[in-house]
Every structure is written in C-alpha cells, then in structure tokens.
Design a protein around this ligand. Structure first.
Ligand SMILES: CC(C)(COP(=O)(O)OP(=O)(O)OC[C@H]1O[C@@H](n2cnc3c(N)ncnc32)[C@H](O)[C@@H]1OP(=O)(O)O)[C@@H](O)C(=O)NCCC(=O)NCCS
Length: 176
C-alpha cells in the first residue's frame, strides 16, 4: 500500500456495514452492527474514518483523475475512489471529558502512522467541543495500542485488575 492516499473524515450512517466488517477483523469480541450505527448517528460521539485511495505514481496523477471524474483502479480490483475504509476511531464526549471507545486500523495499513492520525484528529475535534481530558482503557497485553497511546501523550493513571478475564485493563488519560 506504499503509494496509497489516505483521507480522514467523519463517518456517515452508510459506513456502518464497512466499519462493522473491519471491526470483526480487528477484535475478538466485536461490537454489533447496531451499536456501531448508533454511535455513528449519536451527536455526542466523534466517529472518524480513514479511507484509502488506490495506487498512483504521484499525487498530481491521483488528483487529476478525480478532477476528471474518473474512478481509480489499483490494477487488481475495480475499486471506486474513496470506497475502502481502512481505519476508524470513536470518541464519546460527556460535558468536558472524552472517552475513546474504539480505534482500529486494517492489518495491511498498520505501522504507517494512520492510527496516530486518527487519534490526533479525534483529539483535535474533542478539544473543539470543549473536552479538557480524554480517557481510554486498553488491555495490558495490547502492546501496539499501548505504544500508540503513550507515543501520543497519554499517561497511565490506573489499572483495573482482571478486567478482561485474566488480563487487566490500563486506564490512560490525556489533557487536551
Ligand atoms: C492500535 C492500532 C490502531 C495502531 O494503528 P497503526 O496505524 O499501526 O498506528 P501507527 O502507525 O500510528 O503506530 C503508532 C505506534 O504504534 C506502535 N506500533 C505500530 N505497529 C506496531 C507493531 N507492529 N509492533 C509494536 N508496536 C507497533 C509504535 O509505537 C508506533 O509508533 P512508531 O511507528 O513511531 O514506532 C492497530 O494496531 C490496531 O488496529 N490494532 C487492533 C485493534 C486494537 O487493538 N485497537 C486498540 C483498542 S484499545
């Protein structure tokens, strides 16, 4: 996916099925389609998606195609421009506090900064909505997610023992 283009934007109700499919690939105990759709529609929840565009030699070629109203193809599948969601984040706001409910990036797109981009876009939006702090909980053994959060300024404030069966949950917070 080296030459792919990504764009982060707000989810719409119609994105529910694709998010649900990705959720199923990323989590052992995925959320239901109904709860995903509910969150997308809830005005207190910031729900962002990262959409991947197909491969092009450079940005100019890519944007020319779009300007000319042509769909991009990646040479293998006839995929419409902007139709593939490869990541998402949901963050719920309650008065002046936020809570990250979920974040996931498709396996093939990981390790390229997309998780950090989604996180920082959601935090920016939370700040605009007057949140002062954002909390989250993460399985103590989820090293990739913990690195993502620590790298982006979250600090551990609490451990909930055996929260996920025999695994504990770390509670992290970031002031924004
Ligand atoms: C957590 C997750 C969203 C990170 O997405 P991502 O796009 O890979 O994130 P980034 O590329 O921004 O990486 C951020 C940091 O995560 C860590 N990281 C990424 N890939 C990693 C890997 N394979 N091994 C260890 N750490 C890794 C690194 O610290 C990385 O920072 P660096 O690239 O500067 O070293 C992704 O791994 C994922 O979807 N996991 C499954 C779902 C999940 O567990 N969600 C969290 C629930 S609390």
């Amino acid at each position: 996916m080296n030459n792919d283009q990504f764009k982060i934007s707000h989810c719409e109700t119609g994105d529910g099925d694709e998010i649900f499919a990705l959720e199923g690939k990323c989590f052992d105990r995925p959320l239901t389609l109904g709860s995903i759709k509910q969150m997308i529609e809830c005005s207190d929840t910031i729900f962002l998606k990262a959409v991947v565009y197909s491969k092009f030699e450079n940005n100019a070629e890519f944007f020319n195609k779009i300007a000319n109203g042509k769909a991009a193809t990646d040479g293998e599948s006839e995929q419409k421009v902007g139709q593939k969601i490869v990541g998402y984040i949901s963050l719920k706001i309650a008065i002046d506090e936020g809570e990250i409910y979920n974040i996931a990036v498709e396996k093939s797109a990981r390790g390229r900064g997309l998780g950090s981009d989604l996180l920082n876009n959601a935090l920016k939006e939370a700040k605009k909505r007057n949140a002062k702090k954002v909390f989250l909980e993460v399985n103590q053994n989820n090293n990739q997610a913990i690195s993502l959060y620590l790298k982006n300024g979250f600090k551990q404030i609490h451990i909930r023992k055996n929260y996920y069966g025999s695994d504990s949950a770390l509670i992290l917070v970031k002031e924004i």
